[in-house]
Ligand binder design. Structure first.
Ligand code: 3Y8
Ligand code: NAP
Length: 248
């Protein structure tokens, strides 16, 4: 058995620890989006594959027998590529995917389909907005320059921000409820823009928004094609060692 773990999430990190502890032959893969990704207890590769074909070539070259897609729910391109490459090489694939956050009666969410709809859902009158969606999709918010934005990136911006009134926090998660409450109170945040990423690493801001009764523009998850998916590291290990149990 030789496993390729497509990583980059808290769940992937927990999986890597269990796979290493089980002594399985595995490689952890990062896209290389951040400057200093967390070290893994497995041999690690960093960088794209060159699309689905490149991933298929690597599967053949490295003789991977299994692929685990433990990437983020919004990382749709790599997930589609993994489906294509595993079909082309007849390699078993499972997705380790956390559930989306579910709105409770006390949540003030406005559900939107994508970034453009999130921009359109913002109030018109100037207010304080926490853009908790990373660095890759900030530019569309320049259409609403009247607001005071708080941004949060993992690495420093490396250039001017595309918003006239923006303050940048450089901080990687996982985040805590206390830290998020302090951030929102000290900056008088009224609105939050977030992706429905699910998991525990990013949900503290959602709990803080509920406690402070703030409005959250919640970007829905993109759709992915059907694939075998599990929600726990234990299920992945079961699939790797006893595939029949999961109907794989
Ligand atoms: C490179 C690996 C761990 C894993 C940490 C999780 C939790 C904290 C919350 C906010 C939201 C956001 C962002 C976020 C979270 C975890 C987890 C998660 C959101 C790292 C990581 C990589 C990335 C890539 C990065 C994106 C960005 C998104 C920041 C490592 C830390 C906003 C997603 O600068 C960039 O280009 C960053 C890009 C993709 C989304 C974006 O569009 O900017 N994640 N995040 C992975 C790779 O190279 O393959 O550096 O160690 C992983 C984690 N990020 O326990 O250590 O599992 O979700 N990551 C979102 O939810 O919207 C932050 O600020 O409140
Ligand atoms: P994406 O848009 O789905 O993928 C874009 C390209 O990045 C892929 O086609 C592939 O390049 C490369 N890539 C992505 N993940 C990779 C991996 N694990 N190993 C090797 N190459 C990878 O991806 P994304 O949304 O930018 O996310 C990039 C990474 O950040 C992923 O590992 C994801 O788990 C992590 N992450 C993303 C988010 C988010 O909000 N999107 C949040 C937390 C963590 P090639 O085409 O060259 O093969």
């Amino acid at each position: 058995m030789r496993v390729l773990i497509l990583g980059g999430t808290s769940e992937a990190n927990r999986l890597a620890a269990e796979v290493a502890a089980a002594g399985l032959d595995a490689i952890y893969s990062y896209a290389g989006r951040t400057q200093v990704p967390v070290n893994q207890p497995l041999p690690t590769r960093i960088g794209g594959f060159g699309g689905a074909d490149g991933l298929a070539d690597l599967i053949r070259l490295e003789e991977f027998t299994h692929v685990v897609d433990a990437t983020h729910p919004f990382a749709t391109e790599i997930s589609r590529n993994a489906l294509t490459a595993c079909a082309a090489t007849a390699t078993p694939l499972v997705a380790l995917e956390r559930k989306p956050w579910i709105k409770t009666a006390d949540d003030r969410w406005i559900d939107v389909d994508d970034i453009a709809a999130a921009v359109a859902a913002l109030p018109k009158a100037r207010t304080n907005i926490f853009l908790a969606i990373g660095r890759q999709h900030v530019a569309p918010f320049a259409a609403m320059p009247q607001h005071a934005y708080t941004l949060r990136f993992i690495d420093a911006a490396g250039g001017p921000l595309p918003l006239p009134d923006a303050d940048l926090l450089v901080s990687r998660g996982p985040f805590t409820l206390g830290g998020e409450l302090e951030l929102m109170r000290s900056r008088h945040i009224e609105w939050i823009v977030a992706r429905n990423s699910g998991g525990e690493g990013a949900r503290a801001k959602i709990d803080a928004a509920r406690e402070l009764r703030l409005s959250v523009i919640m970007i829905k998850r993109p759709q992915l094609p059907d694939r075998l998916r599990v929600e726990s590291v234990a299920d992945v290990l079961q699939w790797l060692t006893h595939p029949a149990c999961l109907g794989a």
